[in-house]
Ligand binder design. Structure first.
Ligand code: FAD
Ligand code: NAD
Length: 480
C-alpha cells in the first residue's frame, strides 16, 4: 500500500472555487494540498468569464461610445480585431498559470499537477502527467471543486462536425465569416454579441421562445432586438436535429426540425454544462460517477462529514462569484471544525457557515449589448413560489443619468416586491452599463431592507441609480 502524504485539507480542482477554499484553509493555518489536472484558475480564467469579458469589453465600449455625441464619429469603424485578441490573450496569461502557482507558493499551499480521484474516505489518488501515482490523505476534509464542462448534445453528425464549445468561442484566434450559435441562454447571448461585432455573420438558434430564459422576459427581448440591429439573425422556437460537416475544411450544416438547412463556417454549441465527475472516484465513497454532487447548505455531502463540494460541481449556482462564496463558507466551516470539539460550524441560514445567498439572493450580470443583470426572483418565480408579489417597472432611459450615459438610451428596470413583508424579492436591470446596478439590489434583497428604509438610500444625481427612486415612486403610486 502506497504511503499517503498527509495534509489537513485536500482540494480537488483549482478553479475559482477550489482556489478560494485553499485561500481560506491556509489563512486558518491548515496545511492544504491542491490537485489540478489542467491550469490553476480553472475554466473561468482561461475559457469562460475572463476571456469572454475581455472579448466583450472593446465591443461594449465601442457600442457605448457610438451612442455619445462628440465621440460617436471617432468610433464608426470596425474593431481592431488582432488588438482585441491580444487583449483577451493578455487576460488569460497566454493560457499559462505561472501567476497562480506563485500565489499558491506564497501562501504555503502545495500544488499537485495531475488527475485526482477520491480513493475512499479522506483519500485522494493523483495520477501525474507522466503517469506517476501519489496518494494524499486529509486529516480534516476533502473538498471537490472539479467544476463543469460544456454539454454537446448527441445529435446526428455532431462528432465529425467539430463544433465549437465555450472553450473555442472564448479562445479562437480567427473570425469565422459565418457563425451559427445553438442555444439561447447566457453563453449564446454573450458570444453572439462578441462575434457579430468581431466580424462574423452570426445566426442564433434558440429552441425556447426567447433569449435569456431564466431572466424576466423583457431581458431576452431587448437583447434579441439589439442583436438583430447589430446584424445578427436571431431565431427562437427552433429545434436543431443534426449538425454535419462533410469535408474537414468545408462548411458546417445545421439541420432544423422540418428539414431546413443552415450553413456556417463554425457552429457554437452553447447548450449548457455537465459536471466533471465521471472519473473522480465518486464510486469509492458511495456516490454516482457523472452526477452533480448534492450538498447541504453547509456545502457538505450528506452522510460524509469530511467531504465538501463547492462551485459548479454541486449545481447550486453555476457562477464564479457564487462558487467563491461557497468556498469561503466551506473554508470557514472546515477551519471551525478543525479547531476542535468546541469549533461551532452549524449551518444556520445567513451564518458564516451556510450558503444562503445561493437560493435567496443570487446575482448575475450578462455582458451582452445591452447588458442584463438580475438578482433574486423574477415575478413568475415569486408567484410560483407562493409569494403575494408585485412587479414595478420603469423605463431606464427616462432617468437623467441614463440619458447622459447614452443618447437614445434603451433599457428597463423591474423590482419585484413581497407585498406581505414589503421587501424586495428580486430586481432586473437591462441597458448599457446596467451590470453595475445589480449590486445595490443584491444588498437590498440579501439584507431584506424594508421598502420604507430604501427611500432613505438616496441615489446620487445624475447617476443611473436614480432608477431606484423612480421604482419606489411607481410602487408607492400604484397603492396596495
Ligand atoms: C463562456 C462562459 C462565460 C462565463 N462567464 C461568467 C461570468 O462572467 N461570471 C460568472 O460568474 N460566471 C461565468 N461563467 C461560469 C463560470 O465559468 C463557472 O461558474 C466557474 O468557472 C466555476 O468555477 P469552479 O471552480 O466551480 O469550476 P471550474 O472553473 O470548472 O474549475 C474546475 C477545475 O477543476 C479541475 N479538475 C477537474 N477535474 C479534475 C480532476 N479529476 N483532477 C484535478 N483537477 C480537476 C479543472 O481542470 C478545473 O481547473 C461562465 C461560463 C462560461 C462557459
Ligand atoms: N455572465 C455570466 O454570468 C455568464 C456567462 C456565460 C455563462 N455563464 C454560466 O455558464 C453556464 C452555462 O451557460 P450556457 O448558456 O451554456 O447554458 P445554460 O444552461 O444557461 O443554457 C443552455 C441553453 O441551451 C439550450 N439547449 C440545451 N440543449 C439544447 C439542444 N439540444 N438544442 C438546442 N438548444 C439546447 C437550452 O434551452 C438553454 O437555453 C450557465 O450556468 C451560465 O449562468 C454565466
Amino acid at each position: 500500500m502506497t504511503q499517503a502524504v498527509e495534509y489537513d485539507v485536500v482540494v480537488l480542482g483549482g478553479g475559482p472555487a477550489g482556489e478560494n477554499v485553499v485561500d481560506r484553509t491556509r489563512a486558518a493555518g491548515l496545511s492544504t494540498a491542491l490537485v489540478e489536472a489542467e491550469l490553476v484558475g480553472g475554466e473561468c480564467s482561461y475559457w469562460a468569464c475572463i476571456p469572454s469579458k475581455a472579448l466583450l469589453r472593446p465591443v461594449l465600449a465601442r457600442a457605448d461610445a457610438r451612442r455619445v455625441p462628440g465621440i460617436a464619429g471617432a468610433v464608426g469603424g470596425p474593431l481592431d480585431v488582432p488588438a482585441v485578441f491580444d487583449h483577451r490573450d493578455y487576460w488569460t496569461g497566454g493560457w499559462k498559470d505561472g501567476g497562480q502557482l506563485d500565489w499558491l507558493a506564497s501562501i504555503g499551499a502545495h500544488m499537485y499537477r495531475g488527475h485526482g480521484r477520491l480513493a475512499g474516505e479522506r483519500r485522494v489518488a493523483v495520477e501525474g502527467p507522466e503517469g506517476e501515482h501519489l496518494l494524499l490523505a486529509a486529516r480534516h476534509a476533502v473538498v471537490v471543486a472539479t467544476g463543469s464542462r460544456a454539454v454537446v448534445p448527441p445529435l446526428p453528425g455532431i462528432a465529425g462536425a467539430r463544433p465549437w464549445t465555450s472553450r473555442e468561442a472564448t479562445s479562437a484566434h480567427r473570425v469565422p465569416p459565418r457563425l451559427l450559435v445553438v442555444g439561447g441562454s447566457v453563453v449564446a447571448a454573450e458570444m453572439a454579441t462578441a462575434w457579430q461585432a468581431l466580424g462574423s455573420q452570426v445566426t442564433v438558434l434558440a429552441r425556447g421562445e426567447r433569449l435569456l430564459p431564466r431572466m424576466e422576459p423583457f431581458a431576452g427581448e431587448l437583447v434579441a432586438e439589439a442583436l438583430r440591429e447589430a446584424g445578427a439573425v436571431v431565431r427562437t422556437g427552433v429545434s436543431v436535429e443534426a449538425v454535419v460537416r462533410e469535408e474537414a475544411h468545408g462548411p458546417v450544416r445545421v439541420v432544423l426540425e422540418g428539414g431546413e438547412i443552415l450553413e456556417g463556417d463554425e457552429v457554437l454549441m452553447a447548450t449548457g454544462r455537465a459536471p466533471r465527475t465521471e472519473d473522480i472516484g465518486l464510486e469509492t465513497v458511495g456516490l454516482e460517477p457523472g452526477d452533480w454532487i448534492a450538498v447541504d447548505d453547509g456545502l457538505r455531502v450528506p452522510g460524509q462529514d469530511w467531504l465538501y463540494a463547492v462551485g459548479d460541481v454541486n449545481h447550486r449556482a453555476l457562477l464564479t462569484h457564487q462558487g467563491k462564496y461557497q468556498a469561503r463558507i466551506a473554508g470557514a466551516a472546515i477551519a471551525a471544525r478543525a479547531a476542535g470539539p468546541g469549533g461551532d460550524a452549524a449551518a444556520e441560514p445567513w451564518s458564516a457557515y451556510a450558503a444562503t445567498a445561493d437560493t435567496k439572493a443570487l446575482p448575475q450580470a450578462v455582458f451582452s449589448d445591452p447588458e442584463a443583470a438580475a438578482v433574486g426572483l423574477t415575478l413568475a418565480e415569486a408567484e410560483g413560489s407562493g409569494h403575494r408579489a408585485r412587479a414595478v417597472d420603469y423605463d431606464l432611459g427616462s432617468v437623467s443619468g441614463a440619458g447622459l450615459y447614452a443618447d437614445g438610451y434603451r433599457g428597463r428596470a423591474r423590482m419585484v416586491v413581497d407585498l406581505d413583508r414589503e421587501v424586495l424579492l428580486g430586481a432586473t436591470f437591462v441597458g448599457p452599463g446596467a451590470a453595475e446596478l445589480v449590486h445595490a439590489a443584491t444588498i437590498a434583497v440579501a439584507g431584506e431592507v424594508p421598502i420604507a428604509r430604501l427611500w432613505h438610500a438616496v441615489p446620487a444625481f445624475p447617476t443611473m441609480s436614480e432608477v431606484w427612486l423612480r421604482l419606489l415612486e411607481a410602487y408607492r403610486d400604484a397603492g396596495d
